[in-house]
Design a protein around this ligand. Structure first.
Ligand SMILES: Nc1ncnc2c1ncn2[C@@H]1O[C@H](COP(=O)(O)OP(=O)(O)OP(=O)(O)O)[C@@H](O)[C@H]1O
Ligand SMILES: [Mg+2]
Length: 378
């Protein structure tokens, strides 16, 4: 069994010793008096593996420092082999780093002893690309499993299984065999199981990579709903920029074991800095249907388009281009335009040509208006 197959289980909110106190009441009280938080800090994490032939070393995680804020969906994106899963194994305490620190809400967790580690891992839920469900158990029994291990009373397990099935909208499949479920339904059951013991953090390692675009959208919507309802910190590992765009608030881009860029999804889409990030963004959209508002850039002139302008959402109502034409000796010609829809707002894109005697001044003015101006195609 590889490390990816370990299913963290546990229960910190149930109490076996006090079966007559309503779990629901304790839970409500807990949420009221303790506004659940879980920020993760990574300080200079390093993890080196021996290569397959044993002759060299691979720095899968190479000096990564990062803050993953509480109660958000945080994306970690990178190409295959970038070190995403290796990094997640360190963040989720499945492996210890060779050096560096992992802190949960300011407390070191990378140096815990085995007993403390078991307790701490109980606060973590994980879902994977291949679901990792038990084929010998029904959907409901899969969800019950982590609670059984923690000795949760049977009637409490039954109640919680029903509640979780309702959350993932599969109440009618409680007794279904896993083999009879679709990929999307399997991932919903895996999500329900990951939430069984009310974790603080949910790790999703390529959770939608095996799903078609429509099912991906429905699973991402479910994760977003759960995140906001349960105040979870979600760490979403992916190689798909669409997943980052549709689900995450912040994102870290990693490449060859190193952190190359981090920031809000909005800023990174608006103004990607590293070549790796630009490459991810440039490949987005080809497998997406433009929606009713036209989510992809539409080109109505085959030629031209020297400058690419990116408008943050607060600038989209302003007559910026006509102001430019009034203020400076320039004319503009819009060659293509569209809107990129993000979780926290939209980014307007335009491919434009400028002619006249004051093009330099006009571009300078646009930049001062917080419009990102780049030579198209760069
Ligand atoms: N247990 C291990 N032993 C040896 N090398 C490893 C081990 N785990 C990861 N590596 C190596 O570390 C590098 C990063 O691998 P990792 O699985 O973290 O990448 P990834 O970004 O998750 O890729 P993918 O998108 O394909 O899942 C790769 O070169 C990989 O071969
Ligand atoms: Mg991986």
């Amino acid at each position: 069994m590889g490390v990816d197959n370990i299913i963290p289980v546990g229960n910190t909110h149930f109490s076996r010793e006090k079966p007559n106190i309503s779990f629901r009441k304790i839970e409500k009280l807990f949420i009221i008096i303790y506004n659940r938080r879980m920020q993760i800090d990574l300080n200079n994490l390093v993890r080196v593996y021996d290569s397959a032939d044993g002759l060299s070393k691979v720095a899968a995680v190479n000096d990564i420092s990062l803050t993953i804020p509480s109660n958000q969906i945080f994306g970690i994106i990178g190409k295959s082999g970038a070190g995403k899963s290796s990094l997640v194994r360190l963040i989720s305490m499945m492996e210890k780093p060779d050096s560096g620190e992992v802190l949960y809400d300011g407390q070191r967790v990378d140096n815990l002893d085995e007993k403390e580690l078991v307790m701490r891992r109980r606060r973590i839920g994980m879902i994977f690309q291949n679901f990792n469900l038990f084929s010998s158990r029904s959907a409901g029994q899969n969800i019950a499993y982590p609670m059984e291990i923690c000795g949760v009373p049977k009637d409490e397990i039954n109640r919680r299984v029903d509640e979780l099935l309702e959350i993932v909208e599969l109440s009618d499949r409680k007794n279904a065999r896993i083999s009879t479920l679709s990929g999307g339904q399997k991932q919903r059951i895996a999500i329900a199981r990951a939430l069984a013991n009310k974790p603080d953090i949910l790790f999703c390692d390529e959770a939608t990579s095996a799903l078609d675009p429509q099912t991906t959208t429905s699973i991402l919507n479910l994760i977003r709903k759960i995140q906001s309802q349960m105040n979870l910190t979600v760490v979403m590992i992916t190689h798909q920029m669409e997943v980052v765009r549709d689900a995450c608030s912040q994102v870290a881009v990693i490449n060859e074991g190193k952190l190359v860029e981090v920031g809000s999804v909005n800023d990174i889409f608006l103004n990607p800095k590293s070549p790796v990030t630009k490459d991810f963004i440039s490949h987005i959209g080809s497998d997406r249907r433009p929606d009713a508002n036209g989510s992809d850039i539409i080109r109505w002139s085959k030629e031209g388009g020297e400058y690419e302008l990116s408008f943050p959402s607060d600038k989209q109502g302003a007559p910026v281009l006509s102001n430019v034409a009034k203020k400076f000796d320039v004319e503009f010609n819009i060659r293509a335009a569209g809107v990129q829809h993000l979780t926290d707002g939209d980014i307007g894109k335009m491919i434009v040509d400028f002619t006249g005697f004051q093009v330099t001044e006009a571009l300078e003015y646009l930049r001062n208006q917080d419009i990102i101006v780049e030579k198209a195609g760069e």
